[in-house]
Design a protein around this ligand. Structure first.
Ligand code: SF4
Length: 403
């Protein structure tokens, strides 16, 4: 059975994170390797050159998916598997025809060996190419699991095919890719994972691990959140490393190396980035609005905290009879300000008028005059004369409310 599953939390959940796409094992790894490269690939969307080893891996994976993808035994014949392999062969990224032919033959040979070894123990897996989407602490996470089987005790067995170099010893015990798959399966399938493995197809060797410990799962969750936070905050520092930079397609654009390249090489790369679409512009605007709202919220909270602190400081100054006190970096000065309140304003005005001082305290207040001018019953001639005396400026305000 092939599968595509989402955790309920993923549907329509709002998130404090702003990431260009759900995180996957490979994008998490890419960000850890070099945040700047992650940005070039996933935010600027500048495509990398196709690589023959990815094409080869995908071609073999598709043939294995075909082999295990039947709904019921018997499995397809070897000829059918090889025909599927030939028809779905991916040619991109090979240096030349000779290299492509060599790899094609190698793929045929290893698929044949795999078939002969496993046709006898063939069974229909629980899932083949299981596509999952989960949400981890508010971060959308996606991935695809090559094969999931049911063990006799009802637990799940997760298997990932590898077609590259031989695997380092004990990789299955520690690899975060398998931890992520365990987390996804246990979130979505309601069964415990009992076995995790990498199957190295060229050597027909399987490296098996027990389920990963809770500490590994917690570590992965933390890494997912911290990576999403760093991406949201726009942290894309280059992380140069000779072994990785040597193969990096983005070197001509990279802040560390771009001085070594001709601007034309940079333009060529940049020209491959898609033009921002209306949807992208809308997404940018949505991001700005959220950022503005979050900042306004912070200002409000900070304002409240400021008032509280102000009250506490004044109270302490009063209690100790100080008008001035010092912190390490700031000083506080108590400035007294008295204010009169007059309950009978009419009498105050009469008194001032009788003393000939009425005009000296009367100043036009702009809000009051504006209010008067907005009154439809105001005499038209008076309005016109007021308009002549004033000048009108238009101001635009922005109001953002929490949804
Ligand atoms: S050249 Fe190196 S530092 Fe620059 S983006 Fe590529 S991997 Fe990162």
């Amino acid at each position: 059975m092939t599968g595509a599953k989402s955790s309920p939390e993923s549907a329509g959940s709002s998130s404090r994170f702003s990431i260009p796409r759900p995180l996957s094992h490979s994008s998490l790894t890419l960000y850890a390797d070099c945040p700047q490269k992650y940005k070039f690939k996933y935010i600027d969307k500048i495509p990398e050159r196709p690589r023959h080893f990815f094409s080869f891996g995908s071609s073999v994976h598709q043939a294995l998916e075909f082999f295990y993808g039947v709904k019921a035994p018997p499995p397809p014949s070897l000829e059918e598997v090889l025909a599927h392999y030939r028809e779905h062969w991916i040619s991109a990224g090979y240096k030349d025809e000779a290299q492509e032919a060599e790899y094609f033959e190698e793929g045929r040979a290893l698929l044949s060996r795999f078939y002969r070894k496993h046709v006898a123990d063939f069974h229909v897996p629980f899932f083949v190419e299981y596509q999952f989407d989960i949400v981890v602490e508010g971060v959308p996470v996606t991935g695809k699991i090559d094969r999931i089987d049911r063990l006799g005790d009802g637990c799940l067995s997760i298997l990932d095919y590898k077609t590259g170099k031989a695997l380092a010893a004990d990789r299955a015990q520690a690899d975060a890719q398998l931890t992520m798959y365990q987390l996804a399966c246990e979130t979505l399938l309601g069964a415990e994972v009992g076995r995790l493995s990498f199957y190295h197809v060229p050597s027909l060797k399987e490296q098996v691990s027990q389920r990963h410990a809770q500490a590994q799962v917690s570590g992965l969750r933390g890494r997912i959140v911290s990576t999403a936070e760093a991406i949201t905050q726009g942290m894309f520092e280059p992380k140069p490393d000779e072994s990785k930079c040597r193969w990096c397609d983005y070197k001509p654009l990279c802040p560390v190396f771009k001085h070594q390249y001709h601007p034309q090489q940079q333009d060529l790369l940049l020209a491959q980035a898609p033009a921002p679409s209306a949807a992208k512009l809308d997404a940018d605007l949505a991001g700005l609005i959220d950022e503005y709202g979050a900042l306004a919220d912070r200002i409000e909270t900070l304002g409240e905290e400021l008032e509280l602190l102000r009250g506490r400081i004044l109270e302490r100054l009063d209690r100790q009879g100080y008008v001035r006190a010092f912190g390490q970096r700031y000083e506080a000065i108590r400035e007294g300000r008295s204010r009169w309140e007059f309950s009978d304003k009419k009498k105050v005005l009469e008194l001032l008028r009788a003393s000939g001082l009425y005009e000296s305290v009367l100043a036009p207040s702009a809000p009051k005059v504006e209010q008067l001018m907005a009154d439809a019953s105001l005499d038209a001639d008076l309005r016109a004369r007021l308009e002549e005396l004033g000048s009108k400026t238009e101001a635009v305000d922005l109001r953002v409310r929490r949804l």
